[in-house]
Design a protein around this ligand. Structure first.
Ligand code: ADP
Ligand code: MG
Length: 697
């Protein structure tokens, strides 16, 4: 259980001053968590320097200044029609000049008490020149003279969300820091000293109190320490999971190759070199008496499914069962459709089990799995439900697309006394970062595409030329093409996104009546499946989608991918989307329609035009990261660190991994003094489940 010392950090956000039920909801969305600790992880991205204290005569236009002023007179707006639209003015002065403070929709009483005539006040905000006249609209701060030092300071600027006032958020951060308990040191003393780090608490305070722009860099000692803390928690947690999996009994699985031979004959193609290599790596692992924990990494379309099938057949040859779990219904169905004919070729029965199977049909499958009559099964989370049991499960394949948590990964293999695990991911991750997501998993890489794939002709053009695109689509459709049209999802407001997608749908429907379909994140599963299958099998030829199109969806006839506002997507996601096309025999096109381009966005689109190698793109994605929020970072496959900025701190990952390894070698159950502190660290970063793998966890 989480040590009670951490409780103050794990209480609900709404308990912080200024954050009621409504604002705390907004804040939770912004922070990606609804606990006090989540506020602490929210680091400033800018500063406002209020230390500039000029006299009025020297106060430049458009600059933030902290002024010491005497209040001369109040001028409420003249009464009558339209009064509420006119500002309330307060004229103030110092020895060198005058300035008018301007307030719209003013609370008159509040202003009267905040700025009494003849009093001296400290006022901070942006000075604006209108000819010879100085104005300040809605000062950020107004206070008595005693507050001068407090107000004339450097203020951190935090990433915000609409509706959450900066002051409120700053206050919440302040309050969260005050709740920070005294925590034991979990970092190694000499390592800490070598890096010039302070303790955790001081590092956190420093990170939240930048004095200059330089203090905002990711590589300051304070931020580096916090990043390392987080990466250490990440690596330690992964090491614990890996260990607990390895501790589970394994067994040697070695089939005689009979089923694999049959399937090989039935396949309309030869395996690529990379596929053959991966299959033999997996088979070798399965033959080991210890438990396999292997990652099969390969771009969309690189042919992971067949590789997984061979591993599954190996299990069946050895007299056991194999299961494949996909993150969504659509994907599970697709895998099933791929595997069914091949399983039949081998004379094997294969079942599909999803949340939609109910009653008798479901029971028949469960019976078959429990008796062993059904050797192969593909499914969704439905596979890990309590009442699903196997006669003898020897291999769990998890097509994870980064959507399954550790628990779920463990869940399926937990249905067996001894089960190998193969995780498949379609997201090429830079080598250094494989660590963050998978720890020290063994990795097989499919770095070679099946032969005969035509490169996707990728072009970037301004959105203003969307009409040309419509013309091009018309031509493509007459040749039987199928078209994806992706509209961006701005997570802040799903409603607006949906509207954009619906408008695009209407627009295209006018040009191509009866041939356009729409899928989006708010649709229910069956409804989505219906549209998807209309797209795969007709009559829909154009599929308008928010970014929900599933990562693994396979419609080989699709040859055109249009991405609207491509500049809003990260490289990894653009790559994933482009991977939907170029799967068949025919040449494919990817059109990246852009609105306003930043330098980084330009660079991203350029890379997309230059390469289709997912591993190269992944490295570039990392390099270009950190320049503004991107859509689809979730889908990029990188774990979402709160403090660590992988573009800058990736080098420390290996150190964290080695550190974690050494820690567990010396103190396997984290029982020493430092071990106890490390448990606190794990809880601090919400790795509760992993701590639970420890003795007396
Ligand atoms: P992934 O799961 O890696 O995205 P799939 O396993 O779905 O890729 O394979 C994509 C397509 O390529 C499928 O239609 C599959 O039949 C085909 N394929 C797989 N391996 C080969 C190969 N060696 N040669 C030709 N086609 C292949
Ligand atoms: Mg696949």
């Amino acid at each position: 259980m989480r040590p009670s010392i951490l409780n103050p950090l794990f209480t609900d956000l709404s308990r912080l001053p200024g954050l009621g039920p409504r604002l705390s909801k907004l804040a939770a969305k912004l922070l990606g968590g609804d606990k006090v600790a989540d506020v602490l992880w929210h680091l400033p991205v800018g500063i406002i320097d209020r230390r500039f204290k000029p006299k009025l005569a020297e106060a430049p236009d458009q600059r933030i200044a902290t002024l010491t002023l005497r209040v001369l007179a109040h001028h409420p707006p003249p009464p009558g029609k339209g009064a509420h639209k006119r500002p309330y003015r307060v004229v103030c002065a110092d020895e060198t000049g005058r300035i008018t403070l301007v307030f719209f929709h003013a609370h008159t009483d509040h202003l009267a008490s905040a700025l009494p005539v003849d009093s001296v006040r400290v006022v901070s905000g942006k000075v604006e020149h209108y000819g010879a006249e100085l104005q300040m609209a809605h000062p950020d701060h107004i206070g008595p003279l005693e507050d001068l030092d407090k107000l004339a300071a450097v203020e951190p600027v935090y990433p915000l969300t609409a509706g959450l006032p900066p002051k409120t958020l700053r206050k919440a951060v302040q309050a969260a820091q005050e709740r920070l308990p005294k925590l034991p040191e979990w970092e190694d003393g000499p390592w800490k000293a070598r890096n010039g780090w302070t303790g955790f608490e001081e590092a956190l305070k420093t990170a939240h109190a930048p004095e200059s722009e330089a203090d905002l860099f990711a590589l300051t000692p304070a931020r580096t320490r916090l990043a390392y803390d987080e990466m250490l928690a990440n690596q330690l947690a992964l090491a614990l999971v890996r260990r607990s999996m390895k501790k589970l009994a394994g067994r040697s699985i070695a089939g005689n190759g009979a089923l694999r031979r049959k399937v090989k004959e039935a396949l309309p193609f030869e395996l690529t070199g990379a596929q053959t290599r991966s299959v033999s790596e997996i088979l070798a692992d399965m033959m080991e008496p210890s438990r396999m924990l292997r990652l099969l990494q390969g771009d969309v379309g690189s042919g992971k499914t067949v590789v997984a099938l061979f591993a599954m057949l190996n299990a069946v040859e050895a007299g056991a069962q194999a299961a494949m779990m996909a993150p969504t219904e659509i994907l599970a169905r697709q895998h099933f459709a791929t595997l069914l004919p091949l399983a039949e070729a081998a004379g094997l029965s294969i079942a599909l089990l999803t949340g939609r199977d109910k009653g008798k049909a479901r029971q028949t499958i469960l019976d078959g799995l429990a008796s062993g009559e059904i050797p192969l099964v593909v499914g969704t989370h439905a596979l890990i439900e309590e009442d699903v049991g196997f006669n003898d499960l020897a291999l769990a394949v998890i097509d994870e697309q980064h959507r399954f948590g550790v628990h779920q990964r463990l869940g399926l293999s937990g249905k067996s006394k001894a089960c190998d695990v193969l995780v498949m991911t379609a997201t090429p991750i830079p080598r250094t970062l494989t660590l963050t997501a998978y720890g020290d998993m063994d990795v097989s890489r499919l770095d070679e595409k099946p032969p005969g794939r035509k490169p996707v002709d990728t072009r970037a053009m301004p959105l203003s030329r969307a009409s040309e695109v419509t013309a091009a689509i018309t031509r493509a459709l007459t040749q039987g093409a199928k078209v994806y049209w992706v509209c961006p999802l701005v997570e802040e407001s799903e409603k607006i996104d949906l509207k954009a997608a619906e408008e695009r749908f209407q627009d295209l429907e006018q040009h191509f009546p009866g041939h356009v379909g729409l899928v989006h994140g708010r649709m229910k599963g069956p409804e989505k499946d219906r549209v998807m299958s209309q797209f795969a099998e007709g009559p829909v030829n154009i599929l308008v989608a928010t970014t929900v199109i599933e990562v693994g969806v396979n419609v080989p006839e699709a040859t055109v991918m249009v991405i609207e506002h491509a500049e809003r997507f990260g490289l990894a996601q653009l790559h994933q989307l482009r991977g939907r096309v170029g799967r068949g025999e025919r040449a494919s096109v990817c059109l990246l329609l852009y609105g306003a381009l930043t330098e980084t966005a330009k660079a991203r689109l350029k890379i997309m035009r230059e390469t289709e190698d997912g591993f190269v793109i992944a490295e570039e994605d990392l390099r270009l990261r950190g320049a503004g929020e991107l859509l689809g970072t979730r889908q990029s496959g990188l774990p979402e660190f709160k403090m660590a900025d992988l573009a800058h701190h990736a080098d420390l990952l290996a150190a964290a991994r080695d550190d974690a390894k050494l820690i567990l070698e010396r103190d396997p159950e984290l029982e020493s003094e430092r071990g106890q502190a490390l448990r606190t660290l794990l809880y601090l970063f919400a790795r509760d489940a992993q701590v639970a793998t420890l003795r007396s966890g």
